[in-house]
Each structure stands twice: as structure tokens, then as C-alpha cells.
Design a protein around this ligand. Structure first.
Ligand code: A2P
Length: 346
């Protein structure tokens, strides 16, 4: 059972403690397909309204912008790199041991010297037939590289803690560090996977070479798609589930969806948070962290309004058991995935 730190006012999870003891904020900003100008606005607003987690990927080709913008914005606010939690992911084209090491170093150097959570983006290797056994070979090698780097990072961390020398993660001024650099800075704080189905997780956990289990599986999750088997498997295995596209790419906000599920609109509290927050609360109360994505300042603000400390609604803004049940059952009437599916990857 993972540890959850609750927001006093709303009684919603503020952060989750991962299986390796690392604390991760419960809400982060998704940045898929966001360009430099969009990120400048989005990150500024996000930091202003309380987001402390940012999700990117090598494939998004915006890690460099995010690293630069965050460094500037943090400095202006007198904040440190360690005040934010950055997630990034290994591109499917970089699967394999050596390529993974290089890719991790590159991402870390772009994101302030280290990565808080590094994920295998996809169980498949690019340009490889989904049915090919090479997919399993590639992701397995990548995991070995990630766990080696992680283990070295964890060792460095505990050694510097013992010696009282600090880890370097507070300043965030370094470039790529950790494995093979000899300068004693951890490169990554936690490792995990993304878009893994139960079969992929089973194979990873059964690998005799596994020393570090995945802390997180980041997948598409919302009321139209939250597979029971995956939820149970992850809970039992201590793998935290993280929701990307928690608004179903915006489809769950569409009039057409609300015509089918009018009760959902009724869950919006008058004078309180908007409809998006209903879905985000549902995810948080189910124990998922969430990564809503928006380019719009007002929507970025609105998507974290369930924690509004100043002008927000009074205590007890979490969803009732009946409301949770209703949303849990939406997928029985409408099972729909809005993003890509890795089910066919061997
Ligand atoms: P926009 O960038 O114009 O705000 P998801 O996180 O599920 O992938 O959803 C992302 C999509 O939902 C984006 O197209 C985003 O568009 C839209 N979106 C995000 N937050 C809101 C909101 N609060 N209200 C309406 N649309 C939203």
C-alpha cells in the first residue's frame, strides 16, 4: 500500500510516496506537443498556481526548452531545481543498454543535471514489428541500464548522506552526472515504465536480472479507460499508476460525452472547480497521480483548482463514494481509449 500525503483542506492526495521512498507530487503538467512559446506561458502560470511536477519525453523534443525555462523561472522565484519534480522518458529509438545510458545522460543534462523519474516510454523498439521478440530484448536491456544508473545514484545519495556532503540535487547546476562521470551526482531518483500492459509488467518483474522494480507505470487513465486487471496488478506489485490524458484528451469534457452521462455534469460544484477537476479528483481518489495537459493559462489554473488554498470552495471537496462509483462505472457503458495502444507489442 503506497503512502499518500493528503491536502488538509480538500482531503485529496497532494503527493504519493513511491516504492523507493521518493515523494512525488500528485499533479503535474503534461507537455506533449508544446512548443517553446507555449511552454514559456504554461510553465510560468503552472509554477504561479502551484504545479511542482512537469512531464516531458525525449520524443516530445522539448526537454531543452523545459530545462531552460524552468531554470529561469525558478531563479526568479528564488526556488531550487529540487523544488520541482521532472519526469522524462526514453525514446523507443534508444532502446538497448548503451543507447539508454547515453539518452539518460542527455536528458538529465537538459533538465538541470538530473531526472526525478525516468520512464521507458513504450514497450516496443522503434522500426520493429510489434510481434518481434526484439521488442522484449530491447526494453529488457534498457531496464538493465536504467537500474544500473539508478543503483549507482542511490548509492551515491546514501554515501553523501552518510558523509553529510549533500548530493548536488539541491543546486541543479550540474550537467549530466552519475554513472561513469565519477563526480558523484545522482542522475536519477526513480525509474519506471510507461504504456506497459500487465503482460509487459509481468515479464519485467519475472526477469532474473531485475534488481530494481519499476516505481511507476504511466498510462492513459480516465473514467472511460482504467483497466481493472492493470489496476489490480499494479496495486499488488507496488507500482504506482500515473494518469496521462486524464481528461481523455479533452473528450470527456465534450457536450457529446455529457449528453451520454448527464450525472457527471451534476458533480460540478457551483462556485467551485470546473468539470476537469471532477475527473482529476476521481483519479486522485483512486490513487493515481495526474498529468493534465493544457496550453491555456486559465485552464492550467483551473486544473489544479481542487487545491485552491485562497479562494477555493470550503472543506470536503473530494467526491462522494456514490460519485466515485458512478465514474468508475462509466467504462462499462463506454470503454474508450483516446491515445495509442501498446497491447500488440510482444
Ligand atoms: P488546451 O491546451 O487548449 O487547454 P489530456 O490532458 O486528457 O490529454 O487533455 C488535453 C486536452 O484537453 C488539450 O486539448 C487541452 O486543450 C484540453 N484541456 C485541458 N484542460 C482543459 C480544461 N480545463 N477545459 C477544457 N479543455 C481542457
Amino acid at each position: 500500500m503506497s503512502i499518500i500525503k493528503f491536502d488538509m483542506k480538500s482531503q485529496l492526495p497532494r503527493s504519493f510516496v513511491l516504492s523507493n521512498g521518493v515523494e512525488m507530487p500528485s499533479v503535474g503538467l503534461g507537455t506533449y506537443q508544446m512548443n517553446e512559446d507555449e511552454l514559456k506561458l504554461a510553465i510560468k502560470v503552472a509554477l504561479d498556481v502551484g504545479y511542482r511536477m512537469f512531464d516531458t519525453a525525449a520524443n516530445y523534443k522539448n526537454e531543452g526548452f523545459i530545462g531552460e525555462i524552468l531554470a529561469r523561472e525558478l531563479m526568479e522565484r528564488d526556488m531550487k531545481r529540487s523544488d520541482v519534480f521532472i519526469i522524462t522518458k526514453l525514446s523507443p529509438k534508444d532502446q538497448g543498454y548503451d543507447k539508454t545510458v547515453d539518452a539518460m545522460r542527455k536528458s538529465a543534462s537538459l533538465l538541470g543535471g538530473y531526472i526525478d523519474l525516468y520512464l521507458i516510454h513504450w514497450p516496443g523498439v522503434s522500426k520493429t514489428d510489434p510481434s518481434s521478440a526484439q521488442n522484449a530484448v530491447g526494453r529488457c536491456e534498457s531496464w538493465l541500464a536504467m537500474q544500473d544508473i539508478y543503483s549507482e545514484a542511490a548509492q551515491t545519495q546514501s554515501q553523501s548522506e552518510r558523509e553529510g556532503t549533500g548530493t548536488g540535487t539541491d543546486t541543479g547546476t550540474g550537467t549530466g552526472a552519475g554513472i561513469g562521470t565519477g563526480i558523484g551526482k545522482p542522475l536519477v531518483r526513480a525509474i519506471g515504465v510507461s504504456n506497459y500492459h500487465v503482460v509487459h509488467l509481468q515479464a519485467l518483474l519475472a526477469d532474473p536480472a531485475l534488481r530494481v522494480p519499476p516505481a511507476v507505470n504511466q498510462v492513459e487513465l480516465h473514467p472511460c479507460y482504467h483497466p481493472t486487471d492493470l489496476r489490480k496488478f499494479c496495486t499488488d506489485a507496488g507500482v504506482h499508476l500515473q494518469a496521462y490524458s486524464p481528461l481523455g484528451r479533452g473528450n470527456l469534457l465534450a457536450p457529446e460525452f455529457l449528453r451520454q452521462f448527464p450525472e457527471v455534469r451534476g458533480m460540478v460544484r457551483e462556485g467551485g472547480e470546473g468539470l476537469a477537476c471532477v475527473y482529476l479528483k476521481w483519479a486522485l481518489q483512486n490513487g493515481f497521480s495526474v498529468l493534465p495537459k493544457s496550453r491555456d493559462g486559465d485552464r492550467i489554473r483551473g486544473n489544479i483548482a481542487m487545491f485552491d488554498d485562497g479562494n477555493g470552495p470550503p472543506h470536503g471537496t473530494s467526491l462522494s463514494p456514490d460519485q466515485m462509483r458512478l465514474l468508475d462505472q462509466v467504462q462499462n457503458a463506454r470503454l474508450e481509449k483516446f491515445c495509442w495502444d501498446s497491447q500488440s507489442v510482444a
